[in-house]
Ligand binder design. Structure first.
Ligand code: GRF
Length: 184
């Protein structure tokens, strides 16, 4: 059975969707850096395996990243899936799992990198935005693009409409990409 580690810091809708789509064909484990994140409530409800590595419990970034790397190595994951994980990975971790770490971002990269990308695109007034899945490198939202799905922003769309449409695309796209990468 293929092993997938999902890393998330927040709400966890992508984690939930991935867990439900892959739980019968892969070994899915959640790692969260944030003990209060809603994703942990989701993992408990879904009876998913999860580990909390509380970022604030470590005295330095280095110590946290070392612990995270050890934990990832111990899982021997086929794929590490970042789903709203809000930290950059250090280069030692990126190199160790080269081409085995992916991220999803709610814009057509390289436009609107970083936090609040859906809002940034909406406020900018672009007519087309979308979702990107890419390999992870040491920089934010910058690794090689694997897939993109565009979305036209219609005149009458509110921000909430756009946000919902983006999340629907994310859930389908991420599972499709994961299936291709783990071969299932
Ligand atoms: C998603 O919009 C994803 O693209 C971005 O963070 C958000 C996570 O959403 N990287 P959720 O926590 O999976 O609901």
């Amino acid at each position: 059975m293929k092993k997938i580690v999902v890393m998330a810091s927040g709400n966890g809708s992508n984690f939930e969707n991935i867990f439900l789509n892959f739980k019968d064909k892969a070994d899915v484990t959640l790692i969260s850096d944030c003990p209060k994140a809603f994703v942990i409530e989701r993992a408990k409800r879904l009876k998913a395996k999860f580990i909390v590595l509380d970022y604030r419990a470590y005295s330095t970034k280095r110590e946290y990243n070392d612990k995270l790397l050890d934990t990832l190595i111990s899982f021997e994951p086929d794929l590490i899936v970042l789903a709203g994980y809000m930290r950059l990975l250090p280069s030692i971790t990126v190199k160790k799992f080269e081409k085995r770490i992916i991220n999803i971002h709610p814009s057509l990269l390289p436009a609107f990198k970083g936090k609040n990308a859906i809002k940034k695109a909406f406020d900018y007034g672009v007519k087309i935005t979308g979702v990107t899945v890419h390999y992870v490198n040491e920089e934010m939202d910058a690794g090689q693009i694997i897939e993109q799905v565009p979305l036209k922003i219609e005149e009458n769309m509110t921000f909430k409409d756009l946000e919902s449409a983006i999340h629907r695309i994310e859930h389908t796209l991420y599972s499709n990409v994961i299936s291709k990468l783990i071969g299932g």
